[in-house]
Every structure is written in structure tokens, then in C-alpha cells.
Write a protein that binds this ligand. Structure first.
Ligand code: NAP
Length: 492
């Protein structure tokens, strides 16, 4: 039995220039419930013509929006936040239906998304510049912050509400106008959020969204990459696609924020509080079924505490309830699609063939509750090593591969031996080690004795192949602004 949905939040069409409209060629793409693989809605399958119309609308709306006083923009964004919060249940149901995560978790994502909207509503009024102490007599020198212009936002499926909020709220707050393309798997949540933004009073053309199938994603985005009127691309997704966007947008030298893939290490030292470390790993690893960019992908446990830690972890992981979003007890939902489960299975088989051992899980789940093909059991592997696929690439699923280590120097070297650098976690009670590690880990985010790191007030983003740019915090607004230096002379 699927979740019931609020039809008011299902416009089922693109939003361009303040109008809800079909794709120019009327094509549509089915939206599928990952729990059953049954289609339950459609969204426009847009192409180049729709992408161009969206830029035309955003470009036309920019002059008035940038001149709208920041306080007025902030009030509109704040109303958007209020509407998102008051539709928490409806939006949660939409997220669960198209993305698969359990309803309680989906409702949590709605509030998490709203926290960014509220944050940037407040930041909008603080986009101050500087008055510079002039080094020369008779001059007045200022650094002004200005919106960069039209923004293109391209978002993934794993947090369909939060990823939209983290990009669109700061863009609107800065005075930018937006064109957006969500992932094929999760267009409905984005359309619903845009509907609420419209109701909050975002003027026509300021926020435009076109949805597309995976086959036509590049057709839409290429228009934006090549159009000089689009001044910034903000992207969350995989590293190969991020690099493609950087290369192609170089032709018009756009500003870029790239929130890309991770391969997070999670390190447990023998002086750690083991129960806290297990709690932290459960939160970081199994949230959203492991389908998060900051999910620990390589778990290193120091020799002396390895066996005790694995015993505690296996007990917790074995107790996780797998099921569809319609089951209130479910803690791990279906994976997003068949490709995702195939990848998880491939990683586990590869690890086993290279000497890893399954402690718990290790196979797909299919039973009276889990009737579709996309469920995978929460899994703990031991004897993982650096040669395994699960150590080199994101598994993006509920698999925790554990590697035993001996010294701090060894584990730091292993943790950094990856092209990625998004998040890292470690557990220790040695204060000197804590600061040594916080310095030595080559990532944009470090969790020290903490597994849940993301917050609207904190800068989120990576280094190396995990991209650049930050979302959230005061730095998140800077991504949508540039600095103009104004110098007035002859004042003597
Ligand atoms: P993806 O394949 O890169 O897709 C992300 C977005 O790009 C989707 O909207 C996708 O559309 C679109 N896209 C795909 N190919 C494109 C192309 N050639 N040109 C233009 N757009 C294209 O990534 P994903 O598999 O959806 O998401 C998982 C990845 O995102 C993981 O690597 C994860 O770590 C990363 N992620 C990073 C963060 C972070 O903050 N660093 C947060 C969440 C996720 P379709 O979906 O229609 O293909």
C-alpha cells in the first residue's frame, strides 16, 4: 500500500517564468517507488528548449530581484521556510515515496532542509561589504558584495529536499535567480518545494525548475554550461559528472561549487569510548541506508579494541529493521534503484574474494515486508583491506567494512590514501592525538568523537576529488556573491 500524497504538492510540471508548464515536446518520465519499482507519477522529460526558456526567464528576472531590498528577500525566504515546516508530513511522504527512506527519516530531512532556508533568510540581511582604510589621501574605498547573476543548480537523489534547500536558499538570499534540474529519480520533492516557494511570494522568473530523465540530463545541463548568461553552477553529485561540468563550463568561465563524492575513513583508537564510537558509526554509516556522501566507507579499528568493537557493532547492525517507508518500524529502506544494489553486491563479492569475512548481513533481502528487488541487508565485513573495491570507491549502501590497524602513523597514511577528501571521523580521548589528527586528515570535514556532523551553521564541503565550495554557514552565501571594489578619488 503506497503512502497517500497531498495532490496540491504534485504539480507534475516544470515551473518556468512563473508558469507551470509541460516539456516543450510533451515528453514525460515515470517516477518510480524504489520499494516496489512501480511507477506512481510522472514528471516532464525536458530538453534543450525547456532549459533555454528557463535561462531566459531567470535572466529577465535578475535585475529586479537583485534590486529588491535584502530585508524583503529575507521575508519571502522566511515565508518559504514556514511553509516547508508546516508541510513536513506531506513533504516527508513525497521523499519516502520517490527516494525510499523511512518516513521518520524523510520528515527529519524536511526539517533539516528548512534549517538551511531559515539560516539563509537570516544571512540575506547580513551580506555587508567593507569600508577600507584608504592608503592614499583623498580616496574613499569600498568592497561591495553583489549577487553573481543566474545560477544553475543540479542536484542528486539522496537528499531531494536538503540539496535543493542548500543551494536555492542562499542563491535567492544573495539576490541571484535560479534554474534548477533535480535527479531523474526524485523530481517530485523539488517540484513541491518550488510550489511552496511560489506560494511564499518568490516572483515569477526568479526560481525556475525543469525535470528530465537520466537520458536527457546532459541535454538540459549542457545548455546552461554553454550559456554565458548563467554565471554559476552549483552541483552535488558524483566526481566524474562534477569534473565534466568544470571542464565544459570553462568556456564561459563560470563560478563553481562542486559537492562531490567521498570515501570517508572512520577511525577508532584504543583509547576511545567504544560505545560512543559504535553510536557514531551507526548514525554516520546507516543514515539513509548508507547512501550519503559523508557515509563512512572505510572503518579502521586499532588492534587492541578491534574484536570488542566488531562484536558491539555487529549486535547493533544485526538488529536494524529493513523495510519499506510504509512500515513505521523500518530503519533501512530500499536502495534507490537496481544499479545501486548491483554495485553493493559487487563490492561485497569482491571483498569476500579478496579475504574479507561477513560478520552480519552480506546479501539482498526479500521477504513478506521487502517485496521489491532493491533491499540489501545491513552488513559488517572484517579483514577489509586497501585492495578491495569497497575501500577505493563509495559503496553508497549499508555495508561497513572493518580494517584492523596498528599505529597512528599507519592509519593516517591509509586514511589519506584516496583521491577523495570530503569527511573523516575519529574516536579518541587523547587530547594531543585529537589535534594531531584534526590537522593531518586531508578532508573538508572532520568529526571528532561525533558521527552526525551536518548543520546549517557549519561549512559543508570537500577538498581534492570531493570538490570545492561550501554549503551552509556564512561561507555558503559567499558562493553566490562576488566582490566589487569601488574607489572614489579627488575627495580633497
Ligand atoms: P550523479 O550521477 O553525478 O547525478 C547528480 C546530478 O547530475 C543528477 O541531477 C543527474 O541527473 C545529473 N547528471 C548526471 N549526468 C549528467 C551529465 N552528464 N551532465 C549533467 N548532469 C548530469 O550523482 P548521483 O549518483 O545522483 O549521486 C550520488 C553522488 O553524489 C555520490 O557520489 C555522492 O557522494 C554525491 N553526493 C555528494 C554530496 C556532497 O555534498 N559532497 C552530497 C550528496 C551526494 P540524473 O539523476 O537524471 O542522472
Amino acid at each position: 500500500m503506497p503512502l497517500s500524497l497531498n495532490q496540491h504538492l504534485l504539480p507534475g510540471r516544470n515551473f518556468v517564468g512563473g508558469e507551470w508548464c509541460s516539456a516543450a515536446d510533451d515528453r514525460t518520465v515515470a517516477v518510480v517507488d524504489p520499494a516496489t519499482e512501480e511507477a506512481f507519477a510522472t514528471a516532464p522529460d525536458s530538453g534543450a528548449a525547456d532549459a533555454l526558456r528557463a535561462v531566459d526567464a531567470a535572466h529577465a528576472a535578475f535585475p529586479a530581484w537583485r534590486k529588491t531590498p535584502a530585508k524583503q528577500r529575507a521575508q519571502i525566504i522566511k515565508r518559504w521556510n514556514d511553509l516547508v515546516v508546516s508541510h513536513q508530513e506531506d513533504l516527508g511522504r513525497l521523499i519516502s515515496s520517490e527516494q525510499g527512506k523511512p518516513l521518520a527519516e524523510a520528515k527529519g530531512e524536511v526539517l533539516y532542509a528548512a534549517s538551511y532556508i531559515e539560516w539563509f533568510a537570516e544571512e540575506a540581511t547580513r551580506a555587508d561589504g567593507d569600508v577600507i582604510a584608504a592608503p592614499v589621501q583623498g580616496r574613499r574605498m569600498l568592497a561591495l558584495r553583489e549577487p553573481v547573476g543566474v545560477i544553475a543548480a543540479i542536484t542528486p537523489w539522496n537528499f531531494p529536499a536538503a540539496m535543493i534547500a542548500r543551494k536555492i536558499a542562499p542563491a535567492l538570499a544573495a539576490g541571484c535567480t535560479v534554474v534548477c534540474k533535480p535527479a531523474e529519480d526524485t523530481p517530485l520533492t523539488s517540484l513541491a518545494l518550488v510550489k511552496l516557494a511560489q506560494e511564499a511570494g518568490v516572483p515569477p522568473g526568479v526560481l525556475n525548475i525543469v525535470t528530465a530523465s537520466r537520458d536527457r540530463a546532459a541535454e538540459v545541463v549542457d545548455v546552461w554550461l554553454d550559456d554565458a548568461r548563467v554565471r554559476k553552477i552549483t552541483f552535488t553529485g558524483s566526481t566524474p559528472v562534477g569534473k565534466h561540468l568544470a571542464r565544459r563550463s570553462a568556456g564561459t568561465l563560470k563560478k563553481l561549487s562542486l559537492e562531490l563524492g567521498g570515501n570517508a575513513p572512520f577511525i577508532v583508537f584504543d583509547d576511545a569510548d567504544l560505545d560512543a564510537a559504535v553510536d557514531g558509526l551507526m548514525a554516520a554509516k546507516f543514515r539513509n541506508g548508507g547512501q550519503t556522501c559523508v557515509s563512512p566507507n572505510r572503518i579502521y579499528v586499532q588492534d587492541k579494541v578491534h574484536d570488542a568493537f566488531v562484536d558491539k557493532l555487529a549486535a547493533r547492525v544485526g538488529a536494524l529493521v529493513v523495510g519499506p517507508a510504509t512500515d513505521p518500524a523500518a530503519q533501512i529502506g530500499p536502495m534507490i534503484n537496481a544499479r545501486a544494489v548491483d554495485k553493493i553486491e559487487r563490492h561485497v563479492q569482491d571483498a569476500l574474494s579478496r579475504g574479507a569475512r561477513v560478520v552480519v548481513g552480506g546479501q539482498r533481502v526479500r521477504n513478506a515486508q521487502c517485496t521489491g528487488p532493491n533491499y540489501y541487508a545491513p552488513t559488517v565485513l572484517v579483514n577489509a583491506d586497501a585492495s578491495m573495491q569497497c575501500s577505493c570507491e563509495e559503496t553508497f549502501g549499508p555495508v561497513a567494512p572493518v580494517t584492523r590497524f596498528d599505529t597512528e602513523a599507519d592509519v593516517v597514511e591509509a586514511a589519506n590514501a584516496t583521491p577523495f577528501g570530503l569527511a573523516a571521523y575519529f574516536y579518541s580521548n587523547d587530547v594531543r592525538r585529537i589535534w594531531r589528527l584534526a590537522d593531518a586528515l586531508e578532508t573538508g570535514i572532520v568529526g571528532v568523537n561525533e558521527g552526525a556532523l551536518a548543520a546549517e551553521a557549519a561549512p559543508f564541503g570537500g577538498v581534492k576529488d570531493s570538490g570545492y565550495g561550501r554549503e551552509g554557514s556564512r561561507h555558503g552565501l559567499d558562493e553566490y556573491m562576488h566582490i566589487k571594489y569601488v574607489c572614489q578619488g579627488q575627495l580633497d
